[in-house]
Design a protein around this ligand. Structure first.
Ligand code: SF4
Length: 603
């Protein structure tokens, strides 16, 4: 189909074999690209393997819109079986590597096996080499980026891991361009387990499309339309950081390991404070809305902030100084750690210390302690070693009922919304296909603006709609969701772009439901096949939200109702065509063209 390179590049690091395969048109039609291609490949090729063994594979996928001259289309998906969760894992990353991947003539790169020594992959159109990572292994992601640019020039796309990935920290990410991160569920650790320090791509071809003039015309009006939005100027000033105040107003800011929903020192870390010290903005390629807010950290080094990393490394740890939060964030970026999981793990350790479950004194808001813990996580020392495997695993080691306030779903740490009084958002965390991320089903704003405390079926219906669009279509096309959800840049633009790019009619109503459900069902089937014990409890949020309410703020003492959550979950399953353990039925799978999936999943 036009718009696709139609090629998959496969590299085996164990034996150096490189091959190029056709991507069947049927797969393009049924799975679109990005997350869709990733789950299809993982389902077919990565079965019942240890995620950190050489049998696992790591997959880099663009979509048909990646690199086309349209707004915010500079992303790719990085996917693998997750060493943090044991299920389907992926993340998107905005990077020049996505554009070079497509210019090099590929939609997908699959890396398998394990290199005998630290290495990196170099892709230059048809020339593919596995090179020694001499002088690179052990370097942080910023240093490695510099070294690789020095060697190969600046006109390349670079994906790199830091010491976090090398040392198999289970929430190590892949970094690019000193600030872009992707692959929360440990995609960096998978690269580390393969001795793969980096992927460097230089593509020199033209990215194919059906009607280039039409694409350019749509792009021109698209960029202009986004910039003309009323909210655009404020977005450029604060980006997602305005959410700190919004979460305070609605008592859902993660504070002291999600124990509270409001933070008494929030004005030290909110959007207004950001504006006072901000020095610039950064973003993904082709972005009109650059949401990376650059500030100088307490060492006077630039660090790129957004709401999630500030909330999780700030209020969630009791940290009240934005420059200090920025330093923790920069450490995470340099070491290649996911800031959300890192903030959750640090908060968990601080609470464990407060409760006397670990002997070390790790005080809330202690900047020195937080810095030391981060280095200990990467070097595998003491408490750092325990929390390097995520809060689910840490709670098993520490015991003492700590699993009740280990803030994760399916092993992935919860991102920055506290849900004592948001059952719909709790369901979103519960059912998201990589574990607890907000990206797929950010229902919380709608929920709070309508009937916050309701457990009505309409919340399950609304959530599924969001997951179809944001979790499936946007991630398959590998474009950024922010123009659509923050600038009200209508989803009806997507069919126009798809038709200009592919030359085929793109029926929005049919596509987002059929393709969206196909991708979601296959991700769910992957969890079920890979985990023999899978049942509905895996779709529950942490015990804390059912057992204890916050001690202050307008939601004081409020908590989720377990029986009502259970009913909401049952409605969700019913609407999805899944059984009461969250397992897709044979009929549901076959109606989506997923033949043989049921039999294999059950086996
Ligand atoms: S809005 Fe932010 S995440 Fe989206 S493309 Fe721009 S910089 Fe990247």
């Amino acid at each position: 189909m036009k718009g696709y390179a139609g090629k998959l590049l496969r590299v085996n690091l164990s034996n150096g074999k490189v091959s190029k395969e056709e991507i069947p048109e049927k797969m393009q039609q049924e799975f679109l690209g990005g997350r869709g291609f990733a789950v299809k490949l993982l389902w077919d090729e990565v079965k019942k393997v240890d995620p950190l063994s050489e049998k696992n594979k790591i997959i880099f996928c663009g979509g048909p819109l990646t690199g086309q001259a349209i707004p915010n289309a500079g992303k790719m998906i990085i996917a693998s079986k997750s060493p943090l969760t044991g299920g389907y894992g992926d993340g998107n990353i905005g990077t020049m590597a996505s554009i070079h991947l497509r210019k090099a003539g590929y939609d997908v790169v699959v890396v398998e096996g394990k290199a005998p020594e630290p290495s990196y992959l170099m892709i230059e159109d048809d020339k593919v080499s596995v090179l020694k990572a001499q002088g690179l292994w052990g370097k942080n992601t910023f240093e490695a980026q510099d070294i690789l640019e020095e060697k190969h020039g600046k006109n390349v796309g670079i994906l790199v891991i830091g010491p976090g990935g090398e040392n198999l920290v289970r929430y190590a990410v892949v970094m690019s361009q000193k600030g872009r991160a992707g692959g929360r569920p440990g995609m960096g650790a998978v690269m580390g387990s393969k001795n793969l320090k980096a992927v460097v791509i230089r593509g020199t071809r033209t990215i194919p499309n059906h009607d280039d003039n039409k694409v350019k015309e749509l792009a021109k009006t698209g960029y202009a339309e986004i910039k003309a939005k009323d909210s655009y100027a404020f977005w450029l000033r604060q980006g997602t950081m305005s959410l700190v105040d919004w979460c305070i107003e609605n008592a859902c800011l993660p504070t002291y390991n999600f124990r509270e929903g409001v933070f008494e020192h929030y004005q030290g870390v909110n959007g207004d404070m950001l504006e006072r010290i901000k020095t610039g903005r950064r973003g993904c390629p082709m972005c009109t809305m650059q949401c990376g807010n650059v500030v100088n950290d307490s060492n006077n080094m630039p660090s790129e902030l957004d709401y999630e990393n500030v909330a999780m490394l700030g209020p969630n740890l009791g940290m009240k100084n934005l420059r200090e939060v920025a330093l923790l964030n920069r450490m995470a970026d340099e070491l290649g750690l996911d800031t959300i999981s890192l903030g959750s793990c640090l908060g968990f350790a601080m609470e464990a210390s407060e409760k006397g479950l670990i002997s070390e004194k790790l005080g809330w808001g202690d900047f020195q302690v937080a810095q030391r813990l981060i280095t200990d996580i990467v070097s595998g020392r003491g408490v750092g070693q325990i929390i390097s495997k995520g809060v689910r695993a840490a709670a098993e080691v520490i015991g003492g009922g700590s699993h009740r306030w280990a803030m994760h779903v399916k092993g992935l740490e919860i991102s920055a919304y506290n849900c004592y009084a948001c059952p719909g958002m709790a369901l979103s965390y519960g059912t998201c296909p990589i574990g607890a991320t907000h990206k797929d089903g950010w229902i919380i704003a709608w929920e709070i603006s309508t009937d916050r405390l309701s457990y009505g079926k309409e919340k399950a219906e609304r959530l599924i709609e969001l997951q179809r669009v944001r979790g499936a279509i946007i991630e398959c096309l590998t474009i950024c969701r922010f123009p659509f959800v923050e600038m009200d840049y209508g989803f009806h633009k997507i069919p126009e772009f798809m038709e200009a790019v592919t030359g085929n009619r793109f029926d929005w109503e049919d596509s987002y439901k059929t393709i969206g459900d196909r991708v979601y069902n296959l991700m769910r089937a992957y969890w079920v096949r890979e985990n023999n014990q899978f049942n509905r409890k895996w779709d529950y949020p942490p015990e804390r939200w059912f057992e204890e309410g916050p001690s202050q703020g307008k939601l004081k003492d409020m908590k989720l109702d377990r029986g009502k959550y259970d009913q909401l979950l049952s409605w969700y399953y019913e609407l999805r065509g899944w059984d009461q353990n969250g397992v897709p039925s044979q009929e549901t799978l076959e109606n989506l063209g997923l033949t043989n999936v049921f039999q294999e999943m059950k086996r």
